[in-house]
Design a protein around this ligand. Structure first.
Ligand code: DOR
Length: 432
């Protein structure tokens, strides 16, 4: 968490919206915490005024799935640039994925990335790897990472292929009170697939990976969750079949949560017809029926969170031919607006999917996800739900440019972000 003692500020004229509901109120922040919420607040002299007229004042967003690329891939992103992009997107906390180079699979690496995070404009939590080097053969020292406060473990970018090892990891995680987050992909079935297997892959002559490559691992992990009773989080689900499995598992009372990424509910595999690698991602963009199923599952509570899978890649990598380019897309600066523009649900639901539910899954409720009330850490975002804007990759704070939404017009914009009591974004501009 950033260490600073920012100046007091008052967020004026907005509608406060958190898990407890909404009310017209100003919010006074001092010493990093909310000190007053109400219609007749008395800010300390000299407090900075942030105008929130016509805006929603919500707990800051929490991203369960951010690739910050440090250490090792700093040409694509750094903790600092990724955290700045997060702040611009309304996030006050991100969980940094461990598929760095080297992988974050030890307490020393967790400590190093957390140290970088202390200087970042938003809270940077770190996910640890499940297996050494994310190689899927030996368990990483999860206990020493958990002692440093790591609450999520994942080999993301890959799923744990060996069911026996995954069972052991779940048993171990259960004892440590932490959550395993699985990238659901059966590598043998997905092998060689560069996009979703379906009519578009046939027409384009690009090798596909079937929906079943994801669903087989969802099925297996639900079985292992039943066997072990351990908490399991399913990353970036993308197929209607996965959602049916998830729905049944939840109905059976299993301790499972799951997320979807904005690109999976806003784009289809038809986009790959451009052969532009900006549309290459893993899991791949799916068909229209999967998009509809994801939107439905976000609205009806089957899915617990929207997570970006913000995956920066440098231009030279994304300019390779489609089958040689790495998978991944930027996400932090567009997630909220995509959810507000494309989902058929009220802003309360969108915010629960982007803020308080992911805060709970990440184990960050002490500082993140609200409620907006005196004594709580001042992690807030101020959203103008009616503002229209056009995505311009050149305005991104990320070190990379690989957004698939260049030129797309969206509704709903982050106006201000307050992280640990400091105004880090004001009127859509990052202050640091
Ligand atoms: O498209 C993806 N990119 N999917 C992943 O699981 C990993 C990510 C990356 O790290 O680039």
């Amino acid at each position: 968490m950033p260490e600073r003692s920012p100046e007091p500020l008052v967020v004026r004229g907005g509608t406060v919206l958190d898990a407890g509901g909404s009310r017209r109120a100003d919010v006074v922040v001092a010493g990093g915490v909310v000190v007053a919420v109400g219609s007749r607040v008395d800010p300390p002299p000299g407090a900075i005024e942030l105008d929130a007229t016509g805006c929603v004042v919500a707990p800051g967003l929490v991203d369960l799935h951010t690739h910050l690329r440090e250490p090792g891939r700093e040409e694509a992103e750094t903790v600092e640039t990724g955290a700045r992009a997060a702040a611009l997107g309304g996030y006050t906390a991100v969980v940094a994925m461990p598929n760095t180079d080297p992988a974050i699979d030890s307490a020393a690496l967790v400590a190093a990335v957390r140290e970088l995070g202390r200087r970042a404009p938003v809270e940077v939590a770190v996910a640890g790897a499940i297996t050494v080097g994310r190689e899927g053969t030996r368990l990483a020292p999860m206990a020493e990472m958990a002692r440093l406060g790591v609450r999520l473990f994942t080999d993301d970018g890959r799923g744990v292929q060996d069911a026996r090892l995954m069972r052991r990891a779940l048993e171990y995680a259960s004892g440590l009170g932490v959550t395993l987050a699985e990238h659901c992909e059966d590598e043998a079935l997905a092998a060689g697939g560069q996009m979703h297997e379906g009519p578009w892959s046939s027409r384009l002559g690009i090798a596909g990976q079937p929906a079943e490559a994801e669903e087989l691992m969802v099925m297996r992990d639900i079985a292992l969750c039943r066997l072990t009773g351990a908490r399991l989080h399913l990353l970036h689900l993308s197929t209607s079949g996965s959602l049916a499995l998830l729905r049944a598992a939840k109905a059976g009372g299993l301790p499972i949560t799951a997320e979807a990424a904005p690109h999976h509910f806003t784009l289809t595999d038809e986009a790959v017809a451009s052969f532009d690698p900006v549309f290459k991602v893993n899991p791949p963009l799916r068909g229209a029926a999967d998009v509809d199923a994801l939107k439905f599952a976000l609205a009806d509570g089957t899915l617990d969170a929207i997570a970006t899978d913000h995956a920066p890649h440098p231009a030279e990598a994304k300019e390779l031919p489609f089958d040689e380019a790495p998978p991944g897309m930027l996400g932090l600066e567009t997630a909220l607006a995509l959810a507000l523009s494309e989902l058929d649900c009220p802003i309360e639901t969108v915010l629960s999917l982007l803020s308080w539910q992911p805060a709970r899954i990440a184990g960050l409720t002490a500082t993140q996800g609200g409620p907006v009330e005196p004594g709580r850490s001042a992690n807030l975002c101020v959203i103008d739900p009616a503002a229209r804007w056009t995505v311009d990759p050149d305005r991104s704070a990320s070190r990379s440019r690989n957004t698939p939404y260049a030129g797309r017009e969206l509704t709903g914009r982050v106006r201000h972000t307050v992280a640990a009591g400091e105004a880090v974004v004001v009127d859509g501009e990052a202050l640091r």
